[in-house]
Design a protein around this ligand. Sequence first.
Ligand code: KPL
Length: 494
Amino acid sequence: MSSSPPQPPWLAALLQDRSPGPRLYRWTTANVPPASCNAPSQAAATAAPAVSNPDRDPRRVHVLGIGNLGRLLATSLSELPSPPPITLLVHRPSLLEAWSANPGVRITRRDGTVATAKSNIDIEMWSEDPPPRGPAVEADPARDAIANLIVTTKAPAALPQVDRLRRYIGPGAAVLFVQNGMNKLWPPYGPVYADARFAPRDRPDFLVGVTSHGVTSLGPFSSLHASPADLSLGPVLPSSSSSSSSSSSSNGSAAPSSYLTDLLTTAPHLKGRAVPRAEIWVLQLEKLVVNAVINPLTAILRCQNGTLFFSPPAAAAAAAAAAGEAGADFGPALPPDSPLIQISDLLLRQASAVLQSLIADPSAAAILPSSEAARGADAPYSQASLQQRFSYPSLRAMLHRVGAAVRHNTSSMLQDARAGKATEIREFNGWVVETAAYLDSQHQHQHQQEPSARGLDVRAHAKAVELVEAGAVMSVSELADVLLGPAKVGEETS
Ligand SMILES: CC(C)(CO)C(=O)C(=O)O
């Protein structure tokens, strides 16, 4: 994170391949067997076109990754009065088959209503391999250029997947990442990646979205919008024709991302809003703190988000919840001395120290506004304001606010753990641990200290990584023993 940093492993791995990117075949439902041999699929019955985007429509939105968030965004965009054409990009032929059998993306709202989006939606899989059946259509960088891409894959896959599509992402494109965890395109490594991959004038507008919408999977292409919240969007690495502070370029034409931003800030159910670059960075850091507390604790304790903050529902509400009825709610907030609150307070204190140290680091200066006025004590992104915003009490209030809003949801990490999938723990608590190590080394270097000098204490986060990766399932008291016991000993000896 210094001015000319050594490449981290993820960046070195991506930039090993300096080619313009693989040529990809566009698989459609015409390239997979119909769902049942006896009953021709709906898609086959309506003769799915071999090439579903012959129109080169610049309004088309590609959604890469069709998990919970992809479903929520695609469905909300489809509910706009004038919805854009959408192409869902999936990663397995079985998803094309599942769509063929039952086309449509479904979002169940908490009032029980179900929104189904299908008329404006195509589905494709872009693959290096030609399809073994049906028409083999190779994507053409001019005809099939991707103009608006929303990336909703899990965090580790996001940049590698976009990188694989680079041949088809041209100048004037907008690429929006909506993942938990810190985006890889923030300075200092994001500009290194973009400069290596795109000529300065060809670089797309890269944006990030930060959301706390709680969405739970109900099956392929179907999710429950369990805890409606909001979505903030802002530039992470703006293109040369875009400016970080406005949505218009210097020649007065709209920035490449303004169309996608307009769609997402007006689509229903999202509560979308556009924010400046410094704000989206701060929001992503705050969201990281939320995920570094709620996600590992709910995964280890196998509980709903709300269990971390509230006492259990009263008996009647519990029965309603068990019967799957909406509206069942938790009891009063847990007292500050309850083990669960103490555990989340410990994680919060350690994260707060790391974030407060990060904003004073030179790597943050590349993101925060640098004018004299912006540095004034009262300015929202001054050192003083950010020290306050990342203080333990402010982060605690923020976590409890979000925790209350998403109390009905099952965290994405618990959903992953239950499904036996890899979790994003390295992107959350792992990020806190790595960032602390980087900041400690910077500090030691500046103050010429021994590498053994005592640095930021992130032991609870390191333990959370270890437990989640080991698939640990524990009771509250077992977890309190593991996390609070050693931390208390550490405090006594400090
Ligand atoms: C906000 C929260 C915790 C909602 O469940 C989330 O982002 C997640 O589950 O990943």
